[in-house]
Design a protein around this ligand. Structure first.
Ligand SMILES: Nc1ncnc2c1ncn2[C@@H]1O[C@H](COP(=O)(O)OP(=O)(O)OP(=O)(O)O)[C@@H](O)[C@H]1O
Ligand SMILES: [Mg+2]
Length: 309
């Protein structure tokens, strides 16, 4: 089973605007509102692929109740700690004319020590029978950047592997706790290594340096450009299949879901990467984060060429 953790869940609103005008009233030609947050998106795509994930995390207020209800309606299992304040709203404005994507992401409710104590207990309780825990996304106000590292230490003691998808200081401190897998995008890789990588060879080298002391898999995504997967056994590079892009919000989460699903089903790293690329691309072709269909994922995965380097 896959357990996903979302500390900063959100109401995810995607609006298509045909020519965004700043300082004016804009009326969307299409709107999509649903439960969001990186771990929740991962769980959604993992379930679409045929898995039965459990999403845990923190929820607050009316937005939190909406998120819980939406997940239940989608058939995604969830267990959440209720916090004071409101879960945040994230708005993506997709300009269909310029192709630009503008995001407005609130910071989230203030979390107190007691909330985290309860979340840690929830994670321990649901770790039994769980093969991977995915720690995903930003930390809401009040959560120390070392919290992911703490959870990684707990998971290690329980014998459960952790996949980490975060950014900034949470990623830096989380990576230092040596999770089994890290999935940075190219900018997050730069935050981790302190240097901007340009060429494929540089990305491979930076990713390989992150391996060891418990970290066995590093996947570096780069939007529509090639993605790199490294393990102790080898290095794989894949070019995303072509899609007409609608919104790439959640493509990284969809990618992670595909990679974990393939891996946990015993597929080879190359095959798992192919599925991940299919999921990331299928997400980019749809509004909303992680609302892609299984047949689209499979057909785009089949169009993805993976090479071992
Ligand atoms: N324009 C695109 N066309 C095809 N596939 C894409 C495109 N953008 C993203 N993808 C797929 O999704 C994967 C992840 O994308 P990206 O590197 O943008 O993730 P990310 O920055 O972590 O995204 P997020 O954190 O918003 O979910 C890529 O490796 C690729 O497989
Ligand atoms: Mg990401």
């Amino acid at each position: 089973m896959l357990l996903t953790v979302t500390l900063n869940a959100n109401v995810d609103s995607t609006y298509r605007v045909d020519g965004l005008e700043v300082g004016r009233v804009n009326r969307p030609s299409e709107a999509h509102v649903g439960a969001g947050g990186k771990g929740i998106n991962v769980a959604r795509v993992y379930r679409t692929l045929g898995g039965d994930p459990l999403a845990i995390g923190l929820l607050g207020g009316h937005s939190g109740a909406f998120i819980a209800r939406s997940l239940a309606a989608e058939g995604i299992r969830g267990r959440f700690v209720r916090v004071g304040g409101e879960s945040r709203t994230c708005i993506a404005l997709i300009d269909s004319i310029s192709g630009e994507q503008t995001e407005i992401n609130a910071s989230g409710p203030l979390v107190v020590e007691r909330d985290l104590t309860r979340l840690t207990a929830l994670l321990k309780r649901h770790s039994a029978g769980c093969r991977v825990i995915a720690l995903c996304g930003s930390l809401p106000p009040g959560v120390d950047a070392g919290y992911y590292g703490e959870l990684i230490g707990i998971a290690r003691k329980l014998g459960v592997r952790v996949a980490l998808d975060a950014s900034g200081e949470a990623l830096r401190q989380g990576s230092a706790a040596r999770p089994w897998m890290i999935k940075p995008n190219i900018h997050e890789l730069g935050q981790l290594t302190g240097e901007e990588t340009q060429s494929e060879a540089e990305v491979v080298e930076s990713a390989r340096r992150l391996l060891g002391n418990g970290t066995e898999v590093v996947a570096v995504t780069c939007g529509e450009a090639e993605c790199v997967l490294v393990t102790r056994e080898g290095t794989w590079v894949a070019r995303p299949p072509y899609v007409t892009v609608v919104s790439t919000v959640g493509s990284g989460d969809s990618f992670l879901a595909g990679l974990l699903f393939g891996w946990l089903r015993g597929r080879t790293p190359g095959e798992s990467l192919q599925l991940a690329m299919g999921a990331g691309a299928a997400n980019a072709a749809r509004y909303g984060a992680g609302f892609c269909a299984e047949d689209e994922i499979s057909s785009l995965a089949a169009q993805t060429v993976v090479r071992s380097v």
